[in-house]
Write a protein that binds this ligand. Sequence first.
Ligand code: F6R
Length: 610
Amino acid sequence: MCGIVGYIGEKRASDVIIKGLKRLEYRGYDSAGVALFNGELEIKKCKGKVVKLESLLTKDDQARVGIGHTRWATHGEPNDINSHPHTSSNGKLALVHNGIIENYNSLKKILESKGHTFYSQTDTEVLAKLIEDVYSKNSDDFKKSVQIALSQIEGTYGVAIIHSDFPDQIIVARKGSPLLIGVGDNEMLIASDASAVAEYTDQVVYLDDGEIAVIKKDDYQVHTLDDNSLIKEVHELALSIEEIEKGGYEFFMHKEIFEQPKAISDCLRGRLDPENGTITLGGIKDVLEKMADAKRLIIAACGTSWHSGIVGEYLFESLAKVSVEVEYASELRYKESLIGEGDVMIVISQSGETADTLAALRQAKENGALVLGVVNVVGSTIARETDAGVYIHAGPEIGVASTKAFTGQVTVLTLMAIKLAQVKGTISKEKADRLIKELNRIPSKMEKILEKSSELDAVSNLFSYAPNFLYLGRSFGFPVALEGALKLKEISYIHAEGYPAAEMKHGPIALIDEMMPVVVIAGTNHTNDKMVSNIEEVRARKGRIISIITEGNEEVENLSEFSFSVPDTEDEFSPLLTVIPLQILSYNIAVNRGCDVDQPRNLAKSVTVE
Ligand code: F6R
């Protein structure tokens, strides 16, 4: 969470930083700020979005060095004072921070007793004053002072620091929060993710935990906190500017919903061979035997990625006949850890930076499990730390509400499950051939859904001001119900719950009256009869049925106040189609309600705090 950008070079630093912050705004948008070195340190910061910060900057600033921040508040409400950058007491040092300093209270007390005054309620201000305090005793070595100060920090940080005694450098360090260096021609950038640097360079160096770098416009030196010098690999970025722009759409989410056929084609390309009924997954080819030997698989993820994990559970169990446990990554660490050697964990993450998922990964690895990643962002921490994995290749997802990453994750899990089933011999050749051929048709079936998306306008308008929604599904429809409800609540702020359809009778049915829209995912064929009974139960209580059906399902259509059909497919692939109308429904409702679809309140795209 929180976006960090820094620049040192020949260009106007504020231009590069503001542009970068706008690209990173999806990481947090409570407040924004910059520190520029213009002969002296100049700080501008405010509550609100980056455009507001931009309006505070003067047109004639000539700074060539600076750091910027867009915040997702952890400690201290979003206001001007709590905005980053924070400064040392003497005003010579400014820093921006992503993460949480857990021992900030005790450090603050010590620093207060030494005469420092604190103005904000943040944990971050402590670090600015702590570095100043250490530097006052080690005035010959600023980097060392930062290393000493950071070694006293408990918690996580991605941090960028400038100091007016060293106007030609930026210091950055990382523990638990992502940071990279963009290596340019006589210029360097730093950022918490690559989209902020892609316009200027395709050469990046990812910092790892416990590393600190001193960055000048023509050089960077990376060390460990205890000062061992490191040679870091320079990675080539494969990120085009078009991918991170809206391309004529009003919101990234809208663009990303409509990109799904292409995203899934990209995900399948080179992996699926429908002619020969084969699947090639280079990223896991060396661990397939180990996967085949595993008595169980554990899937760990958060949010939407957890929902795709439940689809994964159904897929692996039905096709590869292996028992699967799907865990909230955030809860795993509080359970007695029984995950160890012989177990295979699959972590799923769009960003590849989610703190809880990363913690689950590390714990499982430490205990001897094989850990595989299903990740979208290439080069992200989770992608780098897993033993093996399969990238989603959905392209950058910028809208805070996940759409194409969900269908991309489900596609990868589908590929993995069929492949594992083939390796284990738990699927017949005939069935594998049929599934592989059908998977290849999914992008064009998605196109068909998107082409008729305006059919959802009327129902979106009718229910835009409903206070509650219920989503029901069975089997592969259940995780889709969860995902549909999450999409609605996060971008439109309407309360919504997803349930396995049969669970309705165990409680939620009490909520149903003539005011309650009930979205029924009736996309799988083998659960149809049971879904019909559930629909009747809702209708008997005057609930308003909105159904997502397979083409030709007249029985459910006739029982529904509104229904939207998706092309027929194999049950296993139904989530890839039925989720799309739910994404569109949520999007339409959020737009009708005047919500900021791409940046819903209180949320951030990449949750790098626990
Ligand atoms: C919801 C959403 C979140 C993420 C969750 C995990 O639309 O985007 O629930 O799915 O924060 O993020 P990743 O997948 O980046 O680990």
